[in-house]
Write a protein that binds this ligand. Structure first.
Ligand SMILES: [Zn+2]
Ligand SMILES: [Zn+2]
Length: 319
């Protein structure tokens, strides 16, 4: 697991097994994501797919440009894809029948494009161009993307609660309580390596299905969004404070500590605290709170707690 960015201003994480590499969320600009990957020694052309947890901007800001640049499929749940398309084309309203037609047309256009698919060499040129100074949107190869900002090289649907595979990675999306169309977290399992990793951010509280999903995890990226006092006394307008605090908002340091001390099974070698608010949290506070919760349970001292960062990738976690 390599967390390229985590926090209210952008999220993106690379998960890799021996044979498969996926990017979870693309919440920074394409250029910034490519820069972060370079900083973390991650080769973007080695990515097999992009997975999206939900359509909030801090998870999708660079999605369309990056996916088109790398020409890799994007995995969404259908409601999330639909919400994202609506977000990208705000002036278009679609009935469900029109949406189904749109999806079908997209499929046909992609099939036609695949038939004309150019080779690997051109992809590399694109990647090199992307890391340059030019606006990454400028030299996107497909003219289609200029007409439709939501066009993607390929779209695959998953359903939260139903697992699916990409290469040798088995992925189980699980529903999270959050104010988006169909938000989810993911459990990743590499059968050959017997290692399980999970991403659980953007959740208002810890419902039983999430607690169950987070059992027997070796590397866990877990939200620790805000300090309750800082949020209450902080500068956010009242309505935003209510949203963050709600059952479909974000996990506080306190809620995360409560999960760690009461429900967590202690199996992770690494717990990475993520999605910290820059306004309503202090990394040291989040860390202290989680470490205290773990210390209360003596047998969990083997668990290392790390902090993901907003402005830089963390050192890749390899098991
Ligand atoms: Zn969100
Ligand atoms: Zn978020």
């Amino acid at each position: 697991m390599t967390v390229l960015a985590s926090g209210s201003k952008g999220n993106s994480t690379v998960i890799a097994s021996a044979g498969t590499r996926v990017l979870v969320d693309a919440g920074l600009s394409c250029r910034e994501l490519l820069k972060r990957m370079a900083m973390a020694n991650e080769d973007p052309s080695a990515l097999d797919a992009i997975l999206i947890t939900h359509e909030h901007t801090d998870h999708v800001a660079g999605l369309a440009v990056l996916a088109r640049r790398l020409r890799i499929p994007v995995y969404f749940s259908e409601p999330t894809h639909r919400a994202w398309v609506r977000q990208m084309t705000p002036r278009t309203t679609m009935t469900y029948a029109q949406w189904m037609e749109h999806v079908q047309k997209e499929k046909e256009a992609r099939a036609a494009f695949d038939a004309l698919e150019t080779g690997e060499a051109e992809l590399m040129t694109d990647l090199e161009a992307a890391s340059g100074e030019d606006d990454p949107e400028e030299d996107v190869p497909e003219a289609a993307s200029r007409r439709d900002p939501a066009s993607l090289p390929a779209v695959e649907y998953f359903q939260p609660g139903t697992n699916f595979s990409i290469g040798d990675l088995m992925i189980t999306p699980f529903t999270t309580p959050h104010d988006a169309a169909d938000p989810c977290g993911f459990v990743f399992e590499s059968a050959s390596e017997a290692i399980r990793m999970a991403i659980a951010t953007d959740l208002g509280y810890m419902p039983p299905n999430v607690k169950r999903a987070l059992e027997r995890i070796d590397v866990l990226l877990l939200e620790s969004n805000h300090d309750l006092e800082m949020l209450k006394d902080g500068p956010y307008p009242w309505a935003v404070k209510q949203r963050v605090l709600s059952r479909v908002g974000h996990l506080s340091n306190h809620a995360t500590a409560e999960f760690l001390s009461r429900d967590y099974d202690g199996s992770a070698t690494y717990i990475v605290l993520g999605h910290l608010s820059e306004t309503n949290n202090v990394p040291e506070l989040a860390l202290l709170s989680a470490e205290e919760a773990i210390r209360e349970r003596g047998r969990l001292l083997g668990n290392r707690v790390l902090l993901a960062r907003q402005n830089a990738p963390i050192t890749p976690i390899c098991l």
